[in-house]
Design a protein around this ligand. Structure first.
Ligand SMILES: [Fe+2]
Length: 321
């Protein structure tokens, strides 16, 4: 029987494999997540007082205010530190040395904004998007080890949250991953021109390996999709973790209240080198974006892994040692 650090390593690996197979994991009332919510309520909203009332309708908060708040949150060392504690306590990446992340995000999803669109001032299409259509994160990243971490900072409800479509984990859906490009997104952002934030579900899209859908097939497809939607109803302090290969999207918020949530993505470098991952059933992105992730570091210093090492370089390092 395994014991010591290896026991935790094997348990973490087992948890990640479950996640790669489509399991949704909810960690309830995580102390660091509770502390993050408290910090958000008592300190952060005080500082960004225009966002202050948790029950207010924020359908007219200017984008500049939301961008400033998101930037502040993302760079806040205390927020980052609490997120590291959340990841560490979940035991999904043990040791944390090989865990990489992209960046902490704050989502401020106003009511009545609809899906992100540059022509709609209620939402944002820069780095701080708020209402995303159906997608798999892996359509963009092509990193099949990607795990998504999501937690509400204030109470949510079924009409202002995230929805996951569990049955579609195994079912290919038409999407624009073949054509979409991060480079093009950046070019369009500079010009303030419309471009999808990410590869999207597109029922009219011709996809490699999928026949174009007939009308009756489309009707059945949308019915199945609607029946499968699972709004995530967890409390502040709870954290959900799921494979980036899951089909998911923002529930369009029409509640008259803002949704405040925070999220990030992780990738375990050992799973990249040892080829453990979710199955790619319908992604056709031409590249694999390891460079979007970097080592969380700190707890990995004993193993010679510094903070901020890009995932592609970390993978090379592991392979050569
Ligand atoms: Fe996503």
């Amino acid at each position: 029987m395994e014991n010591g650090p290896n026991k935790y390593r094997m348990a973490a690996q087992g948890t990640r494999i479950e996640l790669y197979n489509g399991t949704l994991k909810v960690f309830t009332q995580v102390p660091a997540a509770i502390e993050l919510c408290k910090y958000f309520r008592e300190s952060y909203l005080e500082k960004h007082s225009i966002l202050k009332s948790p029950e207010a309708t924020h359908s007219n908060t200017p984008e500049s205010v939301r961008v400033e708040a998101c930037e502040d949150f993302e760079k806040d060392p205390r927020v980052q530190g609490l997120w590291k504690k959340i990841i560490n306590s979940a035991g999904v990446h043990s040791p944390l040395s090989y865990a990489c992340w992209d960046r902490v995000r704050l989502r401020i999803q106003q009511s009545d904004g609809g899906y992100d669109n540059v022509s709609n001032e209620l939402n944002s299409t820069g780095r701080f998007s708020s209402t995303l259509p159906l997608h798999r994160d892996t359509w963009a990243s092509n990193v099949m080890q990607q795990l998504n971490w999501w937690t509400p900072l204030l109470p949510i409800d079924k009409d202002r949250t995230l929805a996951i479509y569990p049955n579609f984990f195994e079912k290919p859906v038409p999407n624009t991953s073949q054509q979409w490009s991060m480079k093009e997104l950046k070019n369009h952002r500079k010009k303030n021109a419309p471009y999808p934030q990410l590869p999207m579900f597109d029922v009219n899209c011709n996809v490699v390996g999928l026949e174009p859908m007939q009308k009756e097939d489309k009707d059945a497809f949308f019915q199945e999709l609607n029946e499968d939607a699972q709004p995530i109803l967890i409390s502040p302090g709870d954290v959900i973790v799921f494979s980036g290969a899951h089909l998911h999207g923002s529930v369009v918020n029409k509640t008259g209240k803002t949704r405040f949530s925070t999220e990030l993505r992780t990738v375990d470098a050992l799973d990249v080198t040892e080829e453990r991952h979710a199955r790619n059933i319908d992604g056709h992105s031409p590249g694999v974006q390891y460079k979007w992730f970097e080592s969380i570091g700190e707890l990995g210093e004993d193993e010679g892994i510094d903070k901020g090492v890009r995932l592609d370089r970390l993978v090379e390092k592991i392979k050569t040692t």
